[in-house]
Ligand binder design. Sequence first.
Ligand code: UTP
Length: 408
Amino acid sequence: MLSYDEADKLLKAHGQVHILNGFDRLTAEQQAGLLSQIGDLDFDVLAEAGRQGGVSHGLLSPMEAVDTGEIASRRGEFEAVGKKAIAEGKVAALLLAGGMGTRLGLDRPKGELNVGENRTLYLFECLVNNLKRVADSCGTVIPLYIMTSEKNDADTRAFFKEHLFFGYPEDRVHFFVQQMAAAVDYDGKLLLEGPGRLATSPNGNGGWFASLKKAGFLTEIHRSGIEWINIFAVDNPLQQICDPVFVGATILSGAESGSKVIRKNSPDEKLGVLCRDDGKPSIVEYYEMTPEMQTERTADGELAYAFGVILNYLFRVDALERIVDRKLPVHVVEKKIPYMDADGKLVQPEKENGYKFETLVVDMIRMMNDTLAFEVVREKEFAPIKNLHGRDSLDSSRELMKKNGFRL
Ligand code: UTP
């Protein structure tokens, strides 16, 4: 751990020494905590505060997908291969649940959201039910890894325990905590969220494999023969997890990853689109697309850049291990960051007041040699809950769930 003098020197060199104001008034434990947080800071990342834009691209070109027509005609073949791999214990599920869900405005983990109307049906419960259905159909139990963050780990574990893991075998569910990153105000200055505690937030969903490794789970993954990991978001109750057809199609394609995609419903829909970047798989965000790219059509009149990603990916474990030590690009996101003011009072800002720094799963796809784009029907598998009302909301998700036969 850094000494006070070392921390002082380091912070002065980076214009962040205000963080040590009042250091003398902290308890010994708080002082040690702060010095340890300072030692972990990545000043290169903090220097990115205020930077606009995404990653840089090379020559972009469209990517073909295995579309719903082809999937329908080869369903049996794909499904048999996927079910066999799952039954042999080669596939694990990994839930990304470390996000803050700030747009929903909950002070609990997002998966605790009740999507029911006349009954209680939690998001976590929907996801476990979806996984259980597949596992049962393959005559096995699929290991489930759950990534939480320091902010919601205890609550998430307690919730699963209280609800008896929604009927899933507890010994096959493994929690691990993702890393945090310091947040800064609009001037790039570090903030405190409490006495001797830097304001931090989860470091994005791109760090999931590094965090899984750090938590020591790789040995167990190798020992149990897991070759594939299907990662998925916490906020889409309709998604199919470890879908045998998707798993089988990816294995048969020979690609080291697979990405579930939906067909865009309009050229300007706000979805990250799967494409090729200098021949490698890549995702171009909607705001990075030129109007020409958005509207380009194939000879059949279809959108050339037609397939948007839905945060449901399958990765081969050996490919993940190959890239785990490579640095992912850092994305700078404006956020509401609670902080302690000069009088020591905690302020909950009503609007965005600074930046947090995240790495994203989409950038892992860019590091893969290939990915199979696998088209799913939006109305059946994509009902994300980002907001309470409006687009991608609890309201729109409930509507879709009902259309899919859910009794809410
Ligand atoms: P979102 O991009 O929707 O972020 O995450 P969020 O933090 O949940 O919500 P907002 O933006 O604050 O409203 C997509 C998925 O990635 C996970 C989320 O839990 C969700 O499943 N995620 C996100 C993490 O696991 N860790 C992170 O640091 C960020």
